[in-house]
Write a protein that binds this ligand. Sequence first.
Ligand code: CS2
Ligand code: MG
Length: 403
Amino acid sequence: MKITEVRVIVTCPGRNYVVVKIMTDEPGLYGVGDATLNGRELAVAEALEKHLAPLLIGRDPERIEDIWQYIFRGTYWRGGPVLMTALAGIDLALWDIKGKRAGLPLYSLLGGKTRECALCYTHAGGKDFVAVEDAVRGKMERGFKVVRAQVAVPGNRGTYGVEMQDPRVGVVEEALPALEIWEPAPYLRTIPRLFAHLRDKLGDEVELFHDVHERLTPIQAARLAREVEPFHLFFLEDPLRPEHKESLRLVRQHSVTPLAMGELYHSRYECLPVITEQLIDFIRCDIAHIGGITEARKIAAIAEPYGVLTAWHGPGDIAPMTHSANVHLDVAIPNFGVQEMVFFPEVVQEVLPGAPAYRDGALWPNEAPGLGCDINEEAAKKYPYQRAYLPTVRRADGSVHDW
Ligand code: CS2
Ligand code: MG
């Protein structure tokens, strides 16, 4: 079998997605992968189209590991978000082909099911504590057992995940990044109070947690992790910048709040120290940004003996193929923790069908061969790319802040 063509399709059914479609010389056999990097979609599309696709033509798509090694190690330039997202798109499409050819869903190729479904979480945000409480209740009524809670912080302007839930929908070509003003002091005062309120009103059973979005210094993160201890968070997500790996030690020394890190890591090498030193409890890389299933299953295997569980990134800004890959991996590996999920709008389902189904607080793997996803290329054409950015963050004095 040979790869005959690699199509790179950029489409914007509400937000931008980059899809890789790998065609083979077996009639009707192709695979689809996701290579979406929020706000940098065209950089990945160009890397794929102009640089990587020509290297794939004529290769045997069955040889996934060899192709992965060839692209990562064999072409000199390696790593980083753009190239690892491009590689993920290729990798997913190749696994999809392998599954379709075998007539088996991906989880079966990965060793078969260790569980029936993947416990999942959704987001609840609000302008104040009562609004967040209502939002969490709404999610619980839909069956969710784990909920992420974010609240607007008095004195700060714009809170990602609350007012800036989905800054890209409806953007125009000239759009520039939205600006959020963020100060640590009111944030650090507000978050423990939010969880005190939620525990008081919602009880102990629902699992709650919070995403810091990499905004704190090590000692601030240690303070927050310690102050939310009485409220038993499922985990504190991404408390530190990805560069501050060794500083997780300091957070650990001060708190038993479980920690999750990794949506900005791009390879297993970044995951290694935080896993082998047991500085985190959940590794939450983005399969679309770390080189795909081939890399993610290695990360899971490294994490297993250290008691670190997975919580793969699953936001709306990666395509259904990655969500499907998440769940196939979740149900196959032994050290699965939790899965982030979104309900894709109908327009996305029309263009990119096959996202995992939600039922009873869990995601269920697609039983079709491969990833079980597809792209409707005709429908995709109706939604051309629109430039869009994530918001940026500054302090009140105007200086740039991590976000
Ligand atoms: C977030 C994401 O889902 C999450 O945990 O951190 O919303 C993240 O901000 C976006 O995926 C960035 O593109
Ligand atoms: Mg996050």
